[in-house]
Design a protein around this ligand. Structure first.
Ligand code: C2E
Ligand code: CA
Ligand code: CA
Length: 536
């Protein structure tokens, strides 16, 4: 006698008597992919007389797919036939919860891509499989260039939008079998499997994919109605031959990525063992910089700024780092690092404080009281909460005249919340602080924005000044900047003036402020005396 519960009506829309007539009826509702495993496990149970449990999906009469679990114990009847007693449960809710947990644990919420954990798991399997099949695999470590700038200036929402679009492009540029994962922040890792067993061939296969990714990410992104450009740096390493750990492989791809950055960004590089040393040095540098700041190794040099008669009108404060072992380190080497790590905030404050104290000291002497000091301010520093109060507080603490302080901002600031930028500038301007736009011509600024900013000065980037006599294009840019500045009633300082020829050209076209080796290199304060009192 077989008993079939009435619940089958509710579960599958069939009656117990239908099922009693035809057992195959139940199986017809099982999702075809799950049926073989269901049949196999049921058979095993009956043959070996062991309890049976199976989870499988069924199609309901309403057209949904639900998860069922059947549990049964086989039992021999006196006549030798085997019957199983058991029950079936709907476990859809539990399955959904499990899938949700899996999604949360292994997938990135923003992009829906596999996360770091899932990548590590797949990589582990792939390395093991590669040992058997001898096929090479490749890891591509992708970091977006200047993502932090965009995030700091346009805000996190915009940053998130960009990351989602990047994710979609990466997925669209590789084969379905390849893994695209979000490794963290603005880092993505792509894992290519089953490349050629031949090392060189595999390398060129990986290179082709990297080029494809580069091209795809170089297309403009539509963010909030505007177009934005983002570029990636890609590091590549192959795996297959040697027995390397997951950690080691990722480290290699990461090192290669830094090599791509060092090569000017928006490019790709393969891992090569020499990189190791170079990048170890980088992480040491970060630790050193943190310590160096605390120990007062950061100092300020001053570079003269002169007027059209070559008379000193002020100076630019430039950060210097006197490393105990490595000697003087250029700001070009540690400012980007400081920006990435947030150390730019204490660093910037140190420079600002030094400059304000110097202004106060100069104010004591009639020969120097008129001099101005320009201080570089990074976008990240300018955007930090309380920046305005910090500057005003520092001026006050040092008893420096705000009218003698100029803050040099870069065009990257114009990328962001422009209203907020104007607001902050205006608050400082009200107290007398001046503003210069640094490295003018190299960034994103559009003229309409430029007009809206309460600027006093633009600085022509030294890259234009360098070739002003030999490159007609640079000459045209310099002339245009000078004409534009005049129409907007802005002062101009040309940077990087090294020769009398450059000076002549600049003066001819109306430039009135100059800075460069022709007049003086950045020097410690003591050596500024030579400029201050030239006739002594
Ligand atoms: P910058 O603001 O464009 O500063 C001018 C750079 O040009 C300085 O490099 C200066 O030494 C160099 N320079 C001046 N005259 C000449 C010349 O005639 N020929 C050549 N070839 N170069 C000349 P430095 O001091 O290495 O600074 C590099 C950059 O580091 C600065 O560029 C600035 O962007 C950044 N920086 C320096 N100090 C600070 C700081 O306190 N805060 C922030 N946020 N950035 C800073
Ligand atoms: Ca500057
Ligand atoms: Ca500059």
């Amino acid at each position: 006698m077989q008993y079939i519960s009435d619940a089958v009506r509710q579960f599958l829309g069939v009656t117990p008597s239908d099922v009693a007539r035809d057992h195959g009826l139940l199986l017809k509702h099982v999702v075809p992919e799950d049926a073989p495993q269901l049949r196999r496990s049921a058979l095993v149970s009956v043959r070996r007389m062991v309890p049976w449990q199976c989870e499988y999906r069924v199609n309901t009469p309403e057209g949904d797919v639900r998860w069922h679990m059947t549990s049964a114990v086989p039992h021999k009847e006196p006549d030798g036939t085997v019957l199983s007693h058991g029950f079936t449960m709907d476990i859809t809710d539990r399955k959904r919860a499990e899938q949700e947990i899996e999604r949360l644990a292994f997938y990135d919420a923003l992009t829906g891509l596999p996360n770091r954990r899932l990548l590590l798991d797949r990589l582990q399997r792939s390395i093991a499989a590669g040992q058997r099949t001898k096929a090479q695999g490749a890891l591509l470590f992708i970091d977006l260039d200047n993502f932090k700038d965009l995030n700091d200036t346009l805000g996190h929402d915009m940053g998130d939008q960009l990351l989602s679009q990047v994710a979609a492009r990466l997925v669209g540029s590789v084969r379905e079998a390849d893994t695209v994962s979000r490794f963290g922040g603005d880092e993505f890792v792509v894992m290519l499997e089953n490349l050629s067993a031949d090392l060189h061939e595999a390398a060129s296969q990986a290179e082709i994919v990297a080029d494809k990714l580069l091209a795809s990410l170089n297309e403009p992104f539509a963010l909030d109605g505007g177009q934005h450009y983002s570029t990636p740096s890609i590091g590549i390493t192959l795996y297959g031959e040697q027995r390397l750990t997951v950690d080691e492989l990722l480290k290699r791809a990461d090192l290669a990525m830094y090599q791509a950055k060092a090569a000017g960004r928006n490019t790709q590089r393969f891992f090569d063992p020499d990189m190791q040393a170079a990048v170890n040095a980088r992480s040491n540098l970060e630790a050193d910089l943190r310590q160096g700041l605390a120990r007062g190794e950061l100092m300020v040099h001053y570079q003269p700024v002169v007027d059209h008669d070559g008379k000193l009108v002020g100076a630019e404060a430039l950060a210097r780092w006197r490393h105990p072992q490595r000697g003087m380190i250029s700001p070009a080497d540690f400012i980007p690092l400081a920006e990435q790590t947030g150390l730019i905030l204490p660093l910037g404050q140190t420079v600002l404080h030094t400059a304000c104290s110097q202004l106060a000291a100069w104010a004591q002497n009639p020969a120097t009281a008129h001099l101005t000091l320009s201080v570089n301010v990074s976008a990240r520093q300018f955007r930090q909460a309380g920046f305005v109060a910090q500057v005003l507080g520092t001026l006050k603490d040092c008893q420096a005249d705000p009218h003698r302080l100029k803050l040099e901002l870069t065009e990257s600031l114009l990328l962001g919340d422009i209203e907020d930028t104007i607001e902050r500038m205006e608050q400082l301007k009200k107290e007398g602080v001046g503003f210069a736009l640094d490295d003018f011509g190299t960034g994103y600024s559009s003229l309409s924005y430029l007009k809206r900013l309460p600027l006093d000065q633009v600085k022509i980037d030294q890259s234009f000044v360098r070739d002003v006599l030999s490159d007609p294009n640079d000459a045209a840019i310099v002339r245009t900047i000078l004409a534009l500045a005049k129409s907007l009633d802005l002062e101009v300082v040309a940077e990087g003036v090294e020769t009398a020829g450059q000076l002549g050209f600049l003066r001819l076209h109306g430039c009135e402020g100059f800075q460069g080796y022709l007049f003086g290199r950045p020097v410690p304060l003591e050596e500024m005396d030579a400029f201050l009192y030239p006739h002594q």
